[in-house]
Design a protein around this ligand. Structure first.
Ligand SMILES: *Cc1c(COP(=O)(O)O)cnc(C)c1O
Length: 221
């Protein structure tokens, strides 16, 4: 089933979009199966589980850290993750700067946006993005590649509205960047949104990365 699910999803992804297969809670064997089909981008959301998989699996996997990241765990990710999707506060940025600079490494990150203004979700609200980005100029070991969002669970019509809002934010910040109004460590070129139930809608609204778990690996227990 895994191979068939994967091929079905892959068929829906345009060539310029990155499919991140979210392997959280799923065994090493499943990751190896997808790896053998050419998949290289995998998403994990817990540091401990990520580290266990990282140690065992091929070195050319691009690991995407997509979960809430506690400051005391940042040090474990240095030189191991390809992209951290969940930069959601200045204290976290400060800690990323500290840990990555220590090893002379640059952290590639996305800013997590709380587009639904959901009290249960972390992320920067749209009104605060500009100021947040300006503050990141202090952190040369952070390179911002774009935005990520996790939506509150709502009906598909509301989902589409929120994806459209993300798209317009993304375009607005790309315009600001091309006008030279953002710090030099900001390079807005990725928009990470869309999961199993709504990645098609995300693609229609400009997602450059989708994060798909259960639709490929099956339900998580
Ligand atoms: C688990 C998870 C996903 C994948 O969710 P599915 O509904 O299983 O596709 C995507 N993004 C984040 C941040 C996740 O935690």
């Amino acid at each position: 089933m895994l191979k068939t699910n994967y091929r079905r999803v892959l068929k829906l992804i345009p060539p310029n979009v990155k499919l991140i297969t979210v392997s959280k809670f799923k065994p090493i064997e499943d990751i190896k199966t997808l790896y053998s089909l050419g998949q290289r981008d995998f998403g994990e959301n817990r540091v401990q589980e990520f580290l266990e998989k990282f140690e065992i699996l091929p070195i050319d996997i691009r690991w995407h850290f997509i979960g809430t990241l506690q400051t005391n765990k940042v040090k474990y990710l240095v030189n191991k993750t390809y992209l951290i999707h969940s930069l959601d506060s200045l204290p976290l940025a400060k800690e990323i700067e500290k840990c990555f600079s220590k090893l002379n490494s640059i952290a590639q990150v996305l800013i997590q946006i709380n587009i639904g203004k959901d009290h249960n979700k972390s992320g920067i609200i749209s009104e605060n993005i500009y100021e947040f980005i300006q503050e990141l100029a202090l952190y040369p070991h952070i390179k911002v590649l774009g935005f990520m969002t996790i939506l509150p669970i709502v009906d598909i019509a509301s989902t589409v509205i929120l994806y459209k809002e993300m798209k317009s934010l993304y375009e607005r910040y790309r315009a600001l960047q091309s006008e030279g109004k953002l710090p030099s460590n900001i390079n807005i070129s990725e928009l990470s949104m869309g999961m199993s139930d709504d990645f098609v809608e995300a693609l229609e609204n400009g997602a450059t990365m989708v994060r798909v778990g259960s639709r490929i690996f099956g339900q998580r227990n």
